[in-house]
Design a protein around this ligand. Structure first.
Ligand SMILES: [Ca+2]
Ligand SMILES: [Ca+2]
Ligand SMILES: [Ca+2]
Ligand SMILES: [Ca+2]
Length: 177
């Protein structure tokens, strides 16, 4: 399930998301109950990038209304420097009941995180972005500090031909920053 979509596909969604005005996190968003709710109006192209930052003690939650059967891909990116990343993020996935459903540490570039799944239950799902060491996603236990982008994409139907072009565009965007 985790490898439903390739890293290349995630990159293409990132390219789509970067084309829009980014959404910026709003603190305090340190629990499922305090998550920043991202309405579908914020992702008319089926992808959105959220600008956030982490400090030791901080964790950031973003929530989305998802329907059973939706295909969702999320990933963290770090554009603080010319190269890939110094940030070691974790992504936590929380179901509508607020319980931890799954998590990812390093499935994106470097120590960044990526996760893909088919939504098993309709409702308000939350994604937590934290640092390595905070495996219970309450903000404590990590020392990561820096800016990131959290990219969310839903129900992508990439065409094989355009997929590689989008991925190249995403890579170009990464290099520019
Ligand atoms: Ca934050
Ligand atoms: Ca926070
Ligand atoms: Ca990581
Ligand atoms: Ca913790």
């Amino acid at each position: 399930m985790k490898k439903l979509l390739s890293t290349v596909a995630v990159l293409s969604f990132a390219a789509a998301a970067f084309a829009q005005t980014p959404v910026v996190e709003s603190e305090a968003n340190n629990s499922v109950g305090a998550a920043n709710f991202i309405s579908s109006a914020l992702y008319p192209t089926a992808a959105v990038a959220i600008d956030g930052s982490l400090n030791p003690g901080d964790v950031d939650y973003f929530s989305f209304d998802l329907a059973q059967g939706d295909r969702v891909a999320v990933a963290t990116y770090d554009f603080a420097g010319p190269n890939v990343s110094n940030l070691d993020t974790l992504i936590g996935v929380f179901g509508p009941g607020g319980a931890l459903f799954d998590s990812d540490d390093d499935d994106n570039i470097g120590f960044l995180s990526a996760y893909q799944f088919v939504v098993p239950t309709s409702g308000r799902w939350s994604f937590a972005v934290s640092g390595f060491g905070d495996s219970d996603f309450n903000g404590t236990g990590h020392t990561e500090e820096g800016d990131y982008k959290f990219v969310f994409a839903i129900n992508p139907i990439p065409e094989p031909a355009s997929l590689s072009l989008l991925a190249l565009g995403a890579l170009a965007a990464l290099r520019r920053r």
